[in-house]
Ligand binder design. Structure first.
Ligand code: GUN
Length: 300
């Protein structure tokens, strides 16, 4: 008989995101009372099904938080010039405090050119080079990308000690891995960590992950982190969202993370599920950033 395993406690991202969204709704109402209703404009180009789902969720959440704004849906053959013209219009519109252009974009459009056109003070995604630079420097008057900001908030809310902790991040994307490392290496609350960033060229990945007190996985590979790669008692944050075939479901697919949840939860002390972990936090932080953008137009 195998020894009884207590198993990790779960981080409930859905519940935490609901709390943050309730706070955001209060702040949004307070700003509206002062004449500034936070406005979020989301732009979706093309008909990628996953993007359509994410954008629909952002639209619904912003409405529920009492925000104004619109979702602009454009055909897949939209030119870069047409998209830039829309960004310019949103940049100039005082009712719009946050602009989000959903990624990925169709091939004929260069994402970096689009991101550079968004006014940094409306870039609630935190992708503009000005905001990326502020994050790395440690200036807090920019916007941090929503997913890593959501992970940091989760760690803080669940009382996970990051100061001096060994954090290993798997993945070096601009949306998650790099800003995640930048956030956690800063001095201050919810940070002060020793951060290692691993990626597809890392030699002996498991040797790194086994040292981690906090393991954050954003690699985009279904269930790549297995129990033998995790230090007993570690905190494991799974940013992965992979759709895999599953004949037992109605859609024929199932969403899984980058972590082998059933195996790893026997070793870890605290773990995020997929779905219901990091995903809901991303939208909550987007709304949080939009309220901050709106508040700044009042406070200067
Ligand atoms: N595509 C996947 N995640 C994101 C995100 O956080 N922001 C945008 N704009 N596009 C995405």
């Amino acid at each position: 008989m195998p020894a009884e395993v207590a198993g990790a406690a779960l981080i409930d991202g859905k519940e935490l995101a609901e709390r943050i969204r309730a706070d955001v709704a209060l702040e949004s109402a307070a700003l509206a009372a002062r004449g500034v209703t936070p406005g979020l404009s989301v732009v979706l180009v093309g008909d990628d099904p996953a993007s359509a789902v994410y954008v629909g969720a952002k639209e619904k959440a912003s409405r529920e938080a009492g925000m104004a704004g619109e979702t602009i849906r454009l055909p897949v053959d939209t030119t870069q010039a047409q998209l830039l013209a829309i960004v310019e219009r949103l940049n100039a519109d005082p009712r719009v405090h946050g602009i989000l252009v959903q990624m990925p974009l169709p091939r004929q459009i260069d994402p970096d050119t689009v991101i550079r056109h968004i006014r940094p003070d409306k870039d609630v995604d935190g992708f503009h080079p000005v905001n990326v630079g502020k994050l790395l420097i440690g200036h807090t008057d920019g916007f941090a990308p929503c997913t890593p900001a959501g992970v940091q908030r989760m760690l803080m809310e669940y009382g996970v000690e990051t100061r001096g902790a060994e954090v290993v991040v798997i993945g070096r994307s601009t949306i998650v891995g790099k800003p995640m490392a930048a956030l956690l290496m800063q001095p201050g609350a919810g940070a002060d960590a020793t951060v290692t960033v691993c990626h597809s060229r890392t030699r002996d990945l498991a040797a790194h992950t086994r040292r981690a007190d906090i393991l954050i996985v954003a690699a985009g590979r279904a269930r790549m982190v297995t129990a033998d790669m995790v230090k007993p008692g570690a905190v494991v944050i799974d940013v992965g969202m992979n759709r895999i075939p599953d004949a037992t479901t109605k859609s024929g697919t199932r969403l899984v993370g980058d972590v082998d949840f059933d195996g790893v939860r026997r070793v870890a002390s605290l773990i995020t599920p997929v779905p219901g972990g990091v995903g809901p936090m991303t939208i909550a932080m987007l709304l949080h950033n939009t309220v901050r953008a709106a508040a700044r137009t009042l406070d200067g």
